[in-house]
Design a protein around this ligand. Structure first.
Ligand code: ATP
Ligand code: NCN
Length: 205
């Protein structure tokens, strides 16, 4: 049986933007992936803290579904948002390995996330569960940081961040073309990032 090659694009996606999508698409092309699974975080422990707010996971999940819907190779997993407690990639990869024991996994991370990777939980074990692919990101140097199994890839430079998208919405500036059209419409529909509570009939996580 031929093993399927599956990219795993983990992220908070608050909101998902074209930097994420271009990176995933480029890794898929270069590494001949059959699928890229986008995995929105449940509780991103390194993004929590005093004065920091992460949008509830159902909104982030749904924006990710909207953004990836037109690409037949892109799929979205609820594995992290359905696990309670802080989100650790070691748990993501263990759960995905159980769900897909035959697949070869490629965990995709931008240069900024890769810079921090030695602080991640059980980092030594991560590379026994997946290959790691570090991609370039404007403003960050791409270095392998000593991970055992990591490949580095230059991707088209997209100087976009979720922080900037949130700030722009809050300031009333456009995010058209920074995020997919459907994500702009989703943000407007639920009035996200305007400093107000945005209910979806779910508890926030
Ligand atoms: N413009 C980009 N180019 C390449 N990789 C990116 C880009 N934006 C994010 N990534 C990578 O995508 C993954 C998920 O990123 P995340 O959802 O935290 O977005 P972000 O834009 O970094 O968010 P924030 O501004 O809220 O910190 C990380 O591995 C990150 O390095
Ligand atoms: O495992 C960890 O300790 C860990 C610490 C920080 C980030 N991560 C993962 O890295 C991915 C990008 O995270 P973020 O916070 O940059 O959106 C996402 O899948 C996170 O779960 C994982």
């Amino acid at each position: 049986m031929v093993r399927r090659r599956v990219g795993v694009m983990g992220g908070t996606f608050d909101p998902i933007h074209h930097g994420h999508l271009v990176a995933a698409s480029e890794v898929a092309a270069r590494f001949e992936l059959d699928e890229v699974l986008f995995v929105p975080t449940g509780r991103p422990w390194q993004k929590e803290g005093v004065g920091k707010h992460v949008t509830n996971s159902e909104h982030r999940y749904l924006m990710t579904v909207v953004a990836t819907a037109s690409n037949p190779r892109f799929t979205v997993s609820r594995v992290d948002i359905e696990r309670s407690g802080p989100t650790y990639t070691i748990d993501t990869l263990r759960d995905l390995r159980k769900q897909r024991p035959e697949d070869e996994l490629f965990f995709i991370t931008g240069a900024d996330a890769l810079e921090q990777i030695m602080t991640w939980k059980d980092v030594e074990e991560l590379t026994s569960l997946a290959h790691f692919v570090g991609v370039t990101r404007p403003g960050h140097e791409l270095r392998d940081m000593g991970l055992k199994d990591v490949r580095l890839l230059e991707v088209p430079a997209m100087a976009i961040s979720s922080t900037d998208c949130r700030d722009r919405v809050e300031a009333g500036d456009p995010v058209w073309y920074l995020v997919p059209d459907g994500v702009v419409q989703y943000i407007n529909k639920y009035q996200l990032y305007r400093g107000e509570h945005t209910p979806l009939g779910v508890t926030s996580s």
